[in-house]
Design a protein around this ligand. Structure first.
Ligand code: PLP
Length: 372
């Protein structure tokens, strides 16, 4: 068998004609940057997330960057986030000149541990960036409560979690900003790079729109130093088509997660393989990947065995961000965030994409059973 971590054919082949029609429409108008397709997607994503505003941008990385810029966060400011995430989360903080402050994760969900946040707040703290890792919302209620008390901005990194719900609220609608990525491997991927920022007020939205076009307001009159963070129309048109299918795909991911749980239990592997834990406040998990943990130093062996059996499994992420060379200037010791270091040594993400079959899931579990 050959089962990649993500088979985009399963997602795109069935809707190829719909996508082609959307691409043709853009070709007919020759409006390639911003324009009606981007505006339509902004409205659709805002409605989907249950927020008043959205601003299409170049990528998920730039979504984070522009949200920080919109708040004027920079030199001398501190931003609290998790070290167990994709690099872009903390990279954005450093790129605006602010200092990332890493708070360790809850071992069960691999999301930032709200109980450890307050200790790290100083007079320089401006924002918190929780990440909804692997498609599961961070525990937002205590985070929002702390932010309110200390007057901090909350920027949700929802790049892996579009459509996920925390106590019935969609990811991206709980903080002041929500940042989404349309990178092809995300649950709602474009045919290239793209992203979206959701936000709660018209003022914030206006600032995002201004910064997206080099801070000009009106054109050629630059009040601020922004950048080129514009989403292109082809990507927006494709993402709009795919958004109509997203709930169906998320339901299939959900079904696959249940199949994994049943297959691991039937193989009596649920003790040897630590299955992903759903937080009690997660009312809808988006399941970007299915991440298990293998204790006792067996992770790399299992990964190799899966690779040899034709199964794509990936380590998200092998090095916690506080241990990355580029952040050595922060002087953080690995043991400052021990749960993140531990997770980096144990996690293994398995395929869960829509279209993955029960037989394929059984095969993956059988392959793991041969080595643990
Ligand atoms: C993918 C991702 C990003 C960055 O998105 P890009 O569109 O690739 O720039 C940011 N944060 C997290 C958690 C991600 O998974």
């Amino acid at each position: 068998m050959n089962i990649p971590l993500l088979d985009l054919h399963c997602i795109h082949d069935e809707i190829r004609d719909e996508i082609r029609a959307a691409i043709d429409e853009v070709c007919d108008t020759q409006r390639f940057i911003l324009g009606p397709k981007v505006e339509a997607l902004e409205t659709e994503i805002a409605d989907y997330c249950g927020v008043p505003h959205a601003c299409g941008v170049t990528s998920g990385s730039d979504a984070l960057l522009i949200a920080l810029m919109a708040e004027g966060i920079g030199q001398g400011d501190e931003v609290i986030t998790t070290p167990f995430t994709f690099f872009a989360t903390a990279g954005a903080v450093a790129r605006v000149g602010a200092t990332p402050v890493f708070v360790d994760i809850e071992p069960g969900t691999c999301n930032i541990d709200p109980a450890r946040i307050e200790d790290r707040i100083t007079s320089s703290t401006r924002a918190i960036i929780p990440v909804h890792l692997f498609g599961q919302p961070a525990d937002m209620e205590p985070i929002v409560e702390i932010a309110r008390r200390y007057d901090l901005i909350v920027i949700e990194d929802a790049a892996q979690a579009i459509g996920a719900e925390y106590r019935g609220r969609r990811s991206g609608s709980i903080g002041h900003y929500g940042c989404f990525s349309f990178f092809p491997s995300k649950n709602l991927g474009a045919f290239g790079d793209g992203g979206m920022v959701t936000c709660d007020t018209a003022e914030r939205h206006q600032q995002l729109m201004t910064l997206r076009g080099h801070g000009a307001q009106p054109k050629y009159y630059h009040k601020f130093i922004g950048g080129n963070f514009r989403l292109d129309a082809l990507q927006a048109a494709i993402v709009s088509v795919k958004l109509r299918h997203l709930d169906d795909w998320t339901a299939q991911r959900q079904t696959n997660s249940e199949r994994y749980r049943a297959a691991f239990a039937a193989a009596r592997l649920d003790a040897a393989v630590v299955l992903p834990e759903a937080h009690e406040n997660t009312t809808r998990h988006a399941w970007n990947v299915y991440t298990v943990r293998l204790t006792g130093g067996r992770r790399d062996e299992v990964r190799s065995a899966l690779g040899a059996a034709g199964v794509g499994a990936e380590v998200y992420y092998p090095v916690a961000l506080h241990c990355q060379d580029c952040f050595s200037y922060l002087g953080i010791a690995p043991e400052d965030c021990p749960e993140s270091v531990k997770a980096a040594g144990e996690v293994l993400s398995l395929p869960i994409f829509p279209g993955l079959t029960e037989e394929q899931i059984q095969y993956i579990v059988d392959q793991i059973a041969t080595v643990v």
